[in-house]
Design a protein around this ligand. Sequence first.
Ligand code: FVH
Length: 298
Amino acid sequence: MAADSRAPVTVIGLGAMGSALARAFLAAGHPTTVWNRSPNKADELVVQGAVRAATVADAMSAGNLIVICVLDYRAMREIIDSTGDASADRVIVNLTSGTPGDARATAAWAREQGIEYIDGAIMAVPSMIGSDETLIFYGGPQEVYDAHADTLRSIAGAGTYLGEEPGLPSLYDVALLGLMWTTWAGFMHSAALLASEKVPAAAFLPYAQAWFEHVIAPEVPNLANQVDTGAYPDNDSTLGMQTVAIEHLVDASRTQSVDPALPEFLHARAEQAIRRGHAGDGFGAVFEVLRAPVDQSQ
Ligand code: FVH
């Protein structure tokens, strides 16, 4: 059964993100207890109605649901370890960022401590916390998530439960961040090429935006389908042909004195895919190299 929407919550860690989480719980009417290693970070929240716990053990005792968001998993484990028995039977929702391995190890550790554990990954900056559109991924025991889903909607309306596997939220997190950084890096490399001839990014921008809208984004569902089916039809433009064009990009980067590392990486992976027999396939065949850099069949 879902918990009362005004269920008490404890927030541990009051950095930029933890403070935003605590503010959102308070704004939604949840009695909110807070603790932070540097106690002064609780001052403003106390003015807004939060209760400052004197010790982290007191914070753990204030209610059943503990939301923790600190620098890293090591800090998270140290904090909870320091509370001894006070953490047993508590529900910990860990919104600290890390790797899938961190999350799985921490879930196993939590089980040994008698803690009910949900791992989460916040896909937002602090100013976005509390909005209906804000996305947080969760993973862990379904019944534990369901019991607290209403309360967790106070920090992110678009909370998404990914299943029992606790490493999945972090995996989705790094996958989305990787998509963001590599896409931005591609734009920056293009901008650097243009800048080598003193073309301002603003002059290139309309073409880049139209390219994103009409060429790059519409192809992503096709690529997803190719990944899932393991078939990479060429769509009039084989990987063999595209690899020659990528080589032009490498050469142009070098002659324009722009860092060629990004297209060199791409060129090397495309050539690897061709060596594995994908010359007549489409660009999507690069997936086969990225997911298995070492060819097991050789
Ligand atoms: N801020 C953001 O935009 C991102 C968005 C996506 C998710 N991240 C992750 O959230 C975690 C916390 O990030 P943050 O922005 O709140 O970070 P800081 O403002 O630097 O606050 C860090 C808090 O961690 C406490 N802390 C650090 N080490 C320890 C420790 N050994 N023992 C106890 N607490 C520790 C620190 O305490 P204090 O320095 O104030 O005493 C802060 O409360 C993070 O995983 C992001 O990747 C945020």
